[in-house]
Unconditional design. Sequence first.
Length: 156
Amino acid sequence: MKDQKKIQISTFEELNKTQLYQILQLRAEVFVVEQNCPYQDVDDLDMGALHLFSITAGQLESYARIMPPNYEYKGYTAIGRVIVKKPFRGSGLGRVIMEKSMAFCREKYPEVPIKIMAQTYLLNFYESLGFKRLSDEFLEDGIPHWYMTAKPKKVV
């Protein structure tokens, strides 16, 4: 990725209507339609999460949802719903959004490990970021996944 992207982070309450709409639209576009996986994407977890995203010229390019410790997984903070809009894939933006998400978690929750639920086809990508496999492969909504973790900033 040649130019440095501006990444924003917001609580649910700080998102404006346009940002929230674009986020939910992109998540449905990829996770439900593109992956042919009907599931309930909009959940109660969004309201307590932090939303990390990049928007250029009014267009949402990438997104990740960060969960505070013990909110989704006991003993962990979590990163999920990581997504890059199709025209921006292959640009390195997925790595940028994950690195920024991990840096935020390690800064805000330095003693808490990070947990993700990774789609199998992305295992090498997440391992390149320092994540280790925590489980065997399992199906989530018909799609193969693995639980993975990354060490906290401070090893406890």
